[in-house]
Design a protein around this ligand. Structure first.
Ligand SMILES: *Cc1c(COP(=O)(O)O)cnc(C)c1O
Length: 290
């Protein structure tokens, strides 16, 4: 609800990056993503709102000459002024290498490069106020569920929760939306600054749950869909088809398996992403109840 397009966690990850880019007099934001990336949509909208040019390096060279095949996410980003460079999947894998980044910087001077998903050190800072708000609104919370794509959000929430030095144990559970997401442990460790069990005060624990990815990124299962419809119908809160649906499904599964103690105070962090619903059901953003 931060903004129609700069939603949820994407705004928090962008805020301090935008501030930095302004303070350095940079004119352009360059970032990376797939055709359905909420971060691409958010960066384009943020560029428009705050006066930056935006460039999206998009995975999938086949889209270059076929704007009619662009996802609604890409179309919205384009309408918000983002210009695209489409690259093949192999080249896309090089996106974090020094050579690749140097070349990009050369072509786009005075620009800030944001990694895929916007998950960098500066993005972590955005979660400080989120943790403060959670602390005020849900004092004494013990568990927090969040969806995981690149891991930046889980890392930011864990980092800021630990800095807050809670007086009791807090568990942050990240529901991975990609298959075989264990490789993200390293990123989460780096960005949060601690291993899951070793924050300085040993009060904050983060954990990556990899068993609820439901067949992989942007794929879903009947069980996940059923939980999504139940949740939306019961609470009147919409979920997105890639992230928050799996987060809720993961939470309900953990409940069913009695992994959440009875006295727990659980937060389900709605990280946004509703702009992605138009991909699925043709602009139909109304709550479905049965
Ligand atoms: C991008 C996104 C995530 C994943 O965030 P990461 O920081 O990449 O792990 C979760 N939820 C929504 C709605 C998103 O758009």
């Amino acid at each position: 609800m931060n903004h129609p397009v700069i939603q949820g966690n994407k705004w928090h990850k962008l805020r301090f990056n935008l501030q930095y880019a302004k303070s350095q007099g940079m004119q352009t934001l360059i970032t990376f993503g797939g055709a359905y990336s909420n971060h691409i949509a958010a960066t384009a909208a943020a560029g428009k709102a705050f006066g930056f040019k935006t460039v999206g390096i998009i995975r999938g060279e086949e889209l270059a000459k076929r704007p009619q095949n662009w996802s609604p996410t890409l179309q919205t980003a384009y309408a918000n002024g983002m210009r695209f460079q489409f690259i093949d999947r192999q080249t896309y894998r090089l996106k974090n290498t020094q050579d690749f980044l140097k070349q990009l910087q050369h072509h786009h001077p005075h620009s800030l490069m944001l990694p895929e998903g916007g998950s960098n050190e500066r993005a972590m800072l955005g979660f400080q106020s989120v943790i403060e708000q959670l602390h005020q609104q849900c004092p004494g919370w013990s568990h927090l569920f969040t969806a995981v794509g690149t891991g930046g959000t889980l890392a930011g929430l864990a980092k800021m929760a630990a800095l807050n030095q809670p007086s009791h144990r807090q568990r942050l559970l990240g529901v991975a939306t990609l298959n075989q997401a264990d490789f993200l442990q390293k990123t989460i460790r780096q960005l949060s600054g601690f291993q899951s069990h070793t924050d300085q005060h040993k009060q904050v624990i983060w954990q990556l749950l990899t068993q609820y990815s439901g067949g992989g990124y942007a794929k879903t299962t009947d069980a996940c869909l059923a939980d999504q419809h139940w949740f939306e119908g019961t609470f009147g809160i919409l979920l997105d088809p890639i992230y928050t649906n799996k987060m809720v499904h993961g939470f309900l599964e953990e409940m069913r398996q009695q992994r959440i103690p009875p006295n727990a105070k659980v937060i389900l962090y709605h990280s946004g992403g509703l702009q992605g619903r138009s991909e699925e059901d043709g602009q139909n953003n109304s709550v479905k109840t049965d």
